[in-house]
Design a protein around this ligand. Structure first.
Ligand code: PNS
Length: 163
């Protein structure tokens, strides 16, 4: 069984992330969307909130081979625990490549048997990031079309309170 982990901060999960997840779900038997639990990154949304939003997306998209989870510590150790041999990441631009290149080098050093698979983002989403969504939402702009529709009302309210 081919198992992949799609790790990230997902603060919050955007339609760019959804695009990558759809591709990964089509390729792997099972995909874990794994939220990084790292307070040093000072996320706006708690791990529980982020996992809850991902669960709503899994339900509303009808994904049968996608599960949510969270991890702290090393990603490759989490992958090992859930028997995943693939890490999944999205690439938007050349600037992402440099960052991903470094992460891959570290992960391969730690566990050469775990490989990373990359999906190019839809060019229509190449500008999109979780921080853009947070800023637009906090300033009262429309986040429609930027996040999965099942989370729009929740995010709109939650980000308005954040200001
Ligand atoms: O969405 P992000 O913030 O770009 O995701 C980054 C993530 C979660 C993939 C990366 O920070 C990570 O894997 N952190 C866990 C710690 C780890 O394994 N570090 C070694 C690789 S740099």
């Amino acid at each position: 069984m081919k198992i992949g982990v799609y790790p990230g901060s997902f603060d919050p999960f955007t339609i760019g992330h959804l695009d990558v997840l759809k591709s990964a779900a089509g390729l792997f038997d099972l995909v874990y969307v794994a939220v990084l639990n790292n307070s040093a990154k000072s996320p706006v949304f708690s791990v529980e909130e982020r996992v809850e939003m991902i669960d709503r997306i899994i339900a509303s998209e009808g994904f049968e081979n996608v599960r949510s989870g969270s991890f702290s510590g090393l990603l490759v150790e989490y992958a090992e625990q859930i028997n995943a041999h693939y890490l999944i990441r999205g690439l938007r631009a050349i600037t992402d490549f440099e960052y991903e290149f470094q992460i891959d080098a570290v992960n391969r050093h730690l566990r050469p048997e775990i490989r990373t698979v990359y999906f190019m983002a839809n060019p229509a989403h190449s500008f999109l990031s979780s921080s853009n969504v947070r800023e637009i939402g906090e300033l009262g702009g429309s986040i429609e079309g930027l996040v999965p529709s099942c989370n729009i009302n929740y995010l709109r309210e939650r980000l308005a309170r954040q200001k």
